[in-house]
Design a protein around this ligand. Structure first.
Ligand code: PRP
Ligand code: URA
Length: 211
């Protein structure tokens, strides 16, 4: 599996703000928005371009635009924070949604929403979720994309844990990973260590759906 780690100083500074337990919801969301933009920038590096002549006030230049914008697929809730950063960089991208939350006792992902196009064949997909912990949520979501024919899938995560990265790499699923960091492990509640805590709660407050 191809892995890109975005270790740019500005990305690492935003990541540190997100890790800091003193960052309240608004500061956390602001840092996540900036970091999300940087990760999407990196994830887009290999998107194919189409070229066309562009008339400048002086002469004709080689113009370029994305041949096919990726579809952005956030995993709700925490992934919602990455929609605006993605659309600010790729304004004509479509957006699909997957609703999934971990059961707090078993740590298994529980799907509750799937709003995706029927056919994703030939369509690049950016699946966005700030946290990759055990990998359960991402693996389940990627399988939904593969079942719809997707073969060009990039997972864009802010904090990844080594066990989740290994699970993704060993799955054989067609996915690349773009992340700001790979943390070493998980605690007894499958939280990333050192991580940043519960990303959804830190963005939006405690979750109150019963799974
Ligand atoms: C978080 C996170 C991922 C998942 C990662 O969501 O946003 O989706 O956990 O954990 P995993 O790799 O072990 O599956 P959570 O289940 O807390 O839901 P929320 O975003 O609604 O808070
Ligand atoms: N989900 C989170 O939001 N944080 C973790 O550390 C693990 C899963």
């Amino acid at each position: 599996m191809r892995i890109s780690i975005v270790d740019h100083p500005l990305a690492q500074a935003r990541l540190t703000l997100m890790r800091d337990e003193r960052s309240e919801n608004a500061a956390f969301r602001a840092a996540a928005s900036d970091l999300g933009t940087m990760l999407i920038y990196e994830a887009s590096r290999d998107l194919p371009l189409e070229h066309f002549p562009t008339q400048t006030p002086v002469a004709v230049a080689d113009g370029a635009r994305l041949k096919q914008p990726p579809i952005i697929v956030p995993i709700i809730r925490a992934g919602l924070s990455m929609i605006e950063p993605a659309l600010s960089m790729i304004p004509d991208a479509q957006v699909g949604f997957i609703g999934m939350a971990r059961n707090e006792e078993t740590h298994e992902p529980v799907p509750y929403l799937e709003a995706l196009p029927e056919d994703l064949s030939g369509q690049p997909v950016f699946i966005v979720d700030p946290m990759l912990a055990t990998g359960g949520s991402l693996l389940h979501s990627i399988q939904l994309l593969v079942d719809r024919g997707a073969t060009d899938i990039t997972a864009v995560c802010m904090v990844s844990a080594q066990p989740g990265v290994d699970a993704l790499a060993n799955s054989g699923l067609p996915v690349k990973l773009v992340t700001a960091v790979i943390d070493p492990g998980l605690d007894d509640n499958s939280y990333i260590v050192p991580g940043l805590g519960d990303a959804g709660d830190r963005m939006y407050g405690p979750r109150n759906i019963d799974l």
